[in-house]
Design a protein around this ligand. Structure first.
Ligand code: ZN
Length: 345
């Protein structure tokens, strides 16, 4: 049990801090953040968030090497040869036994993106492939994520909020064949990785507590004390996030829906937000994943992401006839009578 006397309780310095406060602290205790990559940035951000009382999902497939100790603050010589997820989880549990920590000793692939299910994803990886996968998953689920990276004495940070379709995605800024240096070849100064991790944890805190977040792409050179804020905007030719081609109207009972096709997936959404009854839906289709805001269910053998605001996303299904049938099935179940909507345009 946490000490009731504010002055001595675990989170007393958060609670007396105006930007967090008692309500903010309660919110943080309910939030879960996925950290992809437990290297120089991931370990520091994991420690900061664990001390703030945030629940964590840790993802990494590497073992600790002696060359990691120069900057990966949570590990020491006794950890060499151990898996990063195991060593980090053990240390974090000692720091804060109240938080929930899930660990996955895995490399992210197209087939295991479900492990990212949380309130926010932090990119602490060292490779573009993982970042494009996170980008794709977040575009589908509308989850926010924060990109962070460091090399030599430089660092970058950028927030992505796919729920806002006006905002750029990762692929609007980076191309798949972009050249990125590795710290193995170029080296990295431990001061910049800690600085970037601290900035990432700060943006994470703002997102979790619903504060306005930074919209620019931040680039820092710690050696020359140089900080740049670059404007980023949506690439209208982006192959990943741009809605293109078909937008078809679909009438289902009292609902008017639109069928959209992006490069990534098909989706069906109402012209105006509705409240789908997720409880009723999950009584019929056993969810693979459920959160208060969305379900991932298998219908007719296909994975469907069902958002409570009415959008259905079909990851692998391209047959429009079946998509419309599934939309009809879901909408007939989730039909919340008070909110039936018929739009004329
Ligand atoms: Zn894009």
């Amino acid at each position: 049990m946490a000490d009731k006397i504010v002055g001595k309780s675990r989170y007393s310095r958060n609670i007396t801090l105006r930007i967090i406060g008692e309500e903010g602290q309660k919110t943080l205790r309910k939030k879960t953040v996925s950290i992809v990559g437990l290297g120089a940035i991931g370990t520091v951000v994991a420690e900061l968030l664990s001390r703030l009382g945030v629940n964590l999902i840790l993802i990494d497939n590497d073992k600790i090497d002696i060359s990691n100790l120069q900057r990966q603050l949570i590990y020491n010589e006794n950890d060499i040869g151990k898996y990063k997820t195991d060593a980090a989880c053990k240390k974090l549990k000692k720091i804060n036994s109240e938080i929930k920590i899930k660990k996955y000793r895995k490399t992210l692939t197209k087939n295991n993106l479900n492990i990212l299910d949380s309130d926010l994803i932090l990119d602490c990886t060292d490779n573009l492939k993982a970042r494009f996968l996170i980008n794709e998953y977040c575009l589908l689920t509308k989850m926010p994520w924060i990109h962070a990276a460091a090399i030599k004495t430089h660092g970058v940070l950028c927030n992505f909020t796919p729920a806002d379709s006006e905002k750029p995605c990762f692929a609007c800024i980076y191309k798949k064949n972009s050249d990125i240096e590795t710290c193995e070849d170029s080296g990295v100064f431990n001061g910049i990785t800690v600085l970037v991790a601290t900035l990432q944890a700060t943006q994470a805190l703002k997102m979790l507590l619903n504060y306005k977040i930074m919209e620019d792409f931040l680039r820092i050179d710690i050696w020359n004390e140089n900080i740049e804020r670059l404007k980023v905007k949506k690439d209208t030719n982006c192959k990943i996030c741009q809605m293109d081609t078909i937008t078809q109207r679909v009438e289902i009972g009292d609902f008017t829906l639109k069928l959209c096709k992006t490069k990534a997936a098909y989706s069906v959404k109402p012209f105006r937000n509705v409240r789908l009854n997720l409880n009723q839906i999950k009584n019929v289709y056993t969810p693979i994943i459920e959160t208060p805001l969305l379900l991932i269910v298998k219908i007719k053998g296909y994975e469907v992401i069902v958002h409570n605001y009415g959008e259905l996303i079909f990851k692998d299904l391209k047959n429009e006839v079946i998509i419309k049938q599934i939309a009809k099935d879901v909408y007939s179940l989730g039909d919340s009578s008070k909110l039936k909507i018929k739009q004329k345009h």
